[in-house]
Design a protein around this ligand. Sequence first.
Ligand code: SAM
Length: 205
Amino acid sequence: MSFEPQLPQWGLDDFKKHLDKLIEYHNWLKDTATKTGLISKKTDQFIWDEFIVHSLYFAKLLKKYKNLKECEIIDLGTGAGIPGIPISIVNKTNVSLVDNKQKRIYELERLVKILNLKNAIPKKKDANTILKDAKNSVIVMRCYVSTSNVLKLLEKKQFKENNLTIFVSSNSKSSDIFNKMFHVKQEKFFINKNNFRYIDVITDM
Ligand SMILES: C[S@@+](CC[C@H](N)C(=O)[O-])C[C@H]1O[C@@H](n2cnc3c(N)ncnc32)[C@H](O)[C@@H]1O
C-alpha cells in the first residue's frame, strides 16, 4: 500500500497549511531518527499515523483547553520529539522538549535547526523533577508514563491550585476519573480511517 500523508477531518482546517513541514519532519523520523536509534524501524504510514497525526491531536486539545498565549508547553520524555515537534510546527507557543538522554537532545538540536523551529527548545532534564515542581504549566506526554502513575506522583506532592494541565496518551478506555485534587477527562480521536486513540486530560481543581 502506498504512503498517504492524510489529515483526518478534525485536522483539516487547523493543520493543512503546515503539511509541508510535517512531511519534512516525517522524512527526518524515517531517516535520521531511525538510523540514530531514536525510533525503531517502522513503515512510512505508521510513522505518519502514530507519531505525527497522534501528536496533532495533542495540539488540537491544547487549543481546546488552554489559552496558548499564556503558557509554555513542556513535552516530557520527548524521545524523537513526539508530540513536541508537531505541536511546535502548528503553534507559535514555546515548546520545551525534555529528555534525560543527551544523545537524543543532540539530535533534536540538529533537527530544530533543519526545520528552522525557533519555538522548539530541546532540554536535557529529568522529567520527574519537572513534574514534582510543576506550576502554571501545560505538560504533554506520549508513551512515557501512564495517567495513574502521573496522578500518584502528583498526589504525593500534595498539589493544590498549581494551575496544571497535563495531557497523557492512553492505551485503554476509562470512564472519567475523579479524585480529591484532579479531574481526568478522556478524549477519543481517529488517527486514520480505522483506528482511534485516547488522550487523558488531567486538570487540578
Ligand atoms: C518510550 S519513549 C517515548 C518517546 C516519545 N514521547 C514517543 O512518543 O515516541 C520514552 C522517552 O522518555 C525518556 N525518558 C525516560 N526516563 C526519563 C526521565 N526520567 N526524564 C526524562 N526523559 C526520560 C527516554 O529517554 C525516551 O526518549
